[in-house]
Design a protein around this ligand. Structure first.
Ligand SMILES: C[S@@+](CC[C@H](N)C(=O)[O-])C[C@H]1O[C@@H](n2cnc3c(N)ncnc32)[C@H](O)[C@@H]1O
Length: 340
């Protein structure tokens, strides 16, 4: 079974959560609600599930939204039905002539072996057909869809994201349909959104706003386009070697407009505490991993909203060998809103 953190996702904070959680426990007392503004994998909300009663979980990617609905949505589902479908999906015997589909035609022998691509496309269509003919509840639909995304991601022929597939290599394949393990959200209030963060923030009131935006030019919608296309299932035309669809959800945070976007966001947040994560990849030699917002800009923008404290943790991470690891740190800014 997959837990929420069992996926490869650039910039996910799962490994930092002990540190983040204990710092927040100490600095943000008496809080009940948290807004995970750029939720990514959802691992931050998942790790804080015992701490608060109300969660607002947001990201503009379709695949992330589907995954949150599978893990967090507070509604009933039939375990039997899900398990029966798992058994069915793991005993499929498909031949290429009869069952070729969108996934096999576009991603076969590229991001997946041809046989795995046939199976992934078949399962995706089956989930859609069952849902549109009212044989699945919304929760069941998203559990199955999230399970398909995790299962496909596990065997994808990539370096962890879908900007490119690995060429000139025999794709081993070995797709197995495994289920996600939905979270126990009894007595929790969970709201899930797929919105632009700056737009959504204008309408949300919460105790803690947790802010973990992208800080460099690498667009998440391009990195995870295969998962987006499988989720949306609207058969877009694809371009280039990496078979990407037309651009969608290009983040202002990955462009030179990032400082302005960040400032607008921070100004519109209605919360007791604003928690912001940041790491100092700014000195990196690779231009795509250079930060679009500087440490000083973050500090200055947060200072406008209240007393801001800074916490830091040495943190080593992988960056294609281009960067000197020695002084990389992860920072946590915590602003007590309204206190100067
Ligand atoms: C650094 S990741 C967040 C990682 C997350 N905290 C985790 O632990 O998995 C940043 C996320 O922001 C999302 N994003 C970028 N710009 C956005 C925007 N304008 N509105 C909503 N989400 C956005 C990306 O899709 C990505 O998932």
């Amino acid at each position: 079974m997959f837990n929420i953190e069992n996926r490869r996702y650039v910039g996910n904070k799962f490994k930092l959560m002990n540190w983040i959680q204990s710092t927040m426990d100490q600095e943000c007392p008496n809080c009940d609600s948290i807004f995970d503004v750029f939720a990514g994998t959802g691992a931050v909300s998942r790790c804080l599930l015992d701490r608060y009663n109300s969660f607002i979980i947001n990201d503009f990617l379709y695949s992330n939204e589907a995954i949150y609905r599978g893990f967090f949505e507070n509604s009933k589902y039939s375990k039997n039905k899900i398990n029966e479908l798992k058994t069915k999906y793991n005993s499929l015997d498909l031949n290429q002539n009869t069952y070729s589909n969108y996934v096999s035609n576009n991603y076969g022998n590229k991001f997946f072996s041809l046989h795995d691509a046939l199976i992934i496309g078949y399962i995706r269509q089956d989930i859609e057909d069952l849902y549109t003919s009212n044989q699945l509840s919304s929760k069941e639909y998203y559990i199955l869809l999230a399970s398909l995304l995790y299962s496909a991601d596990r065997i994808a022929n990539t370096v962890g994201h879908y900007d490119a597939y690995i060429k000139n290599k025999l794709i081993r394949g070995g797709f197995v349909f495994d289920l996600i393990s939905p979270l126990n959200v009894k007595n929790k209030k969970i709201q899930i959104f797929r919105k632009d963060s700056n737009e959504l923030a204008k309408h949300i009131k919460c105790d803690i706003a947790f802010i973990d935006p992208p800080y460099n030019s690498r667009q998440y919608s391009r990195f995870y386009h295969v998962l987006e296309t499988i989720t949306k299932w609207d058969n877009p035309e694809l371009y280039g070697t990496a078979m990407k669809p037309k651009e969608e959800n290009m983040s202002e945070y990955c462009k030179s407009s990032a400082p302005k976007a960040f400032e607008d966001l921070i100004k519109s947040i209605s919360a007791k505490y604003i928690v912001v994560t940041y790491n100092n990849t700014y000195s990196s030699k690779s231009s795509s991993s250079q930060n679009k917002i500087t440490f000083e800009q973050i500090k200055q923008i947060l200072d406008e909203r209240g007393q801001t404290k800074l916490f830091e943790k040495p943190y080593r991470f992988f960056n294609a060998g281009k960067t000197d690891f020695s002084d990389h740190k992860e920072f946590l800014f915590i602003t007590k809103v309204g206190q100067q």
